[in-house]
Design a protein around this ligand. Structure first.
Ligand SMILES: [Zn+2]
Length: 158
């Protein structure tokens, strides 16, 4: 949206918005009030400003799915580590670092991966479709995979 407006000065932007609104018959994007050919670039009901803009259509990219996988896996680790802390707190037992440590190490690794993956967005968007599909699937399965690895580790060391 910002990049579009870089190409127009403020007066031009307002003029284009007003000419669009002069033929607009629909709801206010802020309050939903029905606007019929408004003469100003503010909503007559809620008073908020109206602007014509170009939007990039939302698309669920493989980059986003992988990002989801990292964040969801961090969530899984925090949840499990939290349960180990809570169990120790409520039962007065010592902290079981052999179970908590793997969770904390994985959280640290995932935060690092998150930062790297964020910076790789432009690169990931240019990959070939089959590779993108694989990245997307890995992203979706990542929380399930790590949950089972950690659970297995817990069962083995119980
Ligand atoms: Zn409004």
């Amino acid at each position: 949206m910002e990049s579009y407006y870089r190409y127009m000065n403020e007066a031009k932007e307002k003029q284009i918005t007003l000419s669009f609104l002069a033929e607009y018959d629909g709801p206010c994007p802020h309050c939903g009030f029905h606007l019929k050919y408004p003469q100003a670039d503010t909503c007559s009901e809620c008073g908020r400003s109206l602007k014509l803009a170009l939007h990039k259509r939302f698309s669920c990219s493989s980059w986003l799915l992988f990002m989801f996988g990292i964040i969801a896996t961090i969530g899984v680790c925090i949840d499990q580590a939290g349960l180990f802390f809570a169990a120790s707190f409520y039962r007065g037992a010592p902290l079981m670092w052999k179970w908590i440590l793997p969770e904390l190490i994985l959280i640290a690794l995932l935060i690092g991966t998150l930062i790297v993956w964020w910076k790789l967005k432009a690169w990931a968007m240019e990959l070939r479709s089959p590779i993108k599909a694989c990245i997307g699937i890995v992203g979706i399965l990542m929380p399930i995979f790590w949950f089972n690895v950690l659970y297995l580790l817990f069962v083995i060391t119980f």
